[in-house]
Design a protein around this ligand. Sequence first.
Ligand code: PLP
Length: 422
Amino acid sequence: MPATTPHDRRSTDAPEQPRAVFRKPMSDPVPIPAAGVARALELLRSNRPFRYGEDTQHVSETARLEAELAAYTGRRYAVAVNSCGCSLFLALKALGVAPGEPVLCNAFTLAPVPGAVAHAAARPVLVGITERLTVDLDDLQAKIRTSGARVFLMSQMRGHLSDLAAVARLCAEHDVALIEDCAHTLGARFDGRMAGTFGRVGCYSAQTFKHINAGEGGVVVTDDADIAAQVILMSGSYMLYRQHGARPDDAVFERWRDVTPNFSMRMTDTAAALLRPQLPQLSAWTERWNAAYRHLEAGLATLPGLTPIRRDPREAFVGSSIQFTVDNLPAAGIARFIEEAAAHGVYLKWFGAERAIGFTSRYDQWGYVAAETLSATDAVLRRLLDMRVAVSLDAEDCATILRVLGEAMAAARRAPSNRVAA
Ligand SMILES: *Cc1c(COP(=O)(O)O)cnc(C)c1O
């Protein structure tokens, strides 16, 4: 039985059941395996949390992680860095993006994405999204033409996979380099092929709320030797690049070692130690996430006015969060629904909120990006809600969450200002 609070009984529509309350944390991160913690402690006790050593025989945890990530993604090269945001920046720099240059990126993404473009002193040009939260291919084509951009930094925002083969084809036709931001798609596939392997570069995150958790961390994968060598040097390898775990040959570094700046964006060896035992767990975690996702998706579809985002059957996604639209309430009613849910332990994020809150922001709230109007995108974001799916959720948790949402919606609709004309 879900726990309840007696004071939630409302006298208006009596007799009423006490309202459900969800009492577990909504944002449980993936657990860091004990073996990872033990190895990280060993590194700390030996005073060696740094990936490089002057001992040329030294094989760091970070180098081992790089080899494992290259094998996992099936890419030739993998470089571990300090965050996904920095991995995006390094990818842009390695592609030779110059100050002032236009870079295409999704209008629906997280702030570190336009932030990475700004970090490279380039100019974000926003591409709209569809109702499925994927890239609007017509808008992409139009923006490629009008902007003259050479690079598309494409987010698989909240794990929604666009038709990646179509995006890659369109980019190739116009000689646009594709960078995939896979912060929420490590372990996901489109049409059988791993996310992060459709473009020139794939970038992943190891920040606490993503699919592997070291607190902070990012990864760049590529098959391009010149990009890999530059990212390694720029990440801050000094001339110790031979200590990398999935790197190009020395001859490639000869082209770059004396002309490439060091931006010091290294992953710590302790972070790598925490991450290594997580990779083998990822498919088991994905099964748990997706079982909860399917339960929530089916339940949301039965609640009046709530519609889970439709997904392409070719997506093998990782359901670490779920998105849905609210179709029967004005903005004040959506705000009330969110308050009602939060008061009963279920935390929702809203892409239509007036101001950026917490992790959530909308493209027109990035004041450093040239203003653009994307009406179709706005129409989606205005009604779009987002909920984290913790890997720890079981069937009973999902049922309680759905009850809370159903009751919150009923309460929001009861509020006089939110009554919709039938
Ligand atoms: C989290 C996230 C990032 C940035 O990852 P960090 O490791 O926190 O820098 C980039 N893009 C998307 C879509 C994200 O969700």
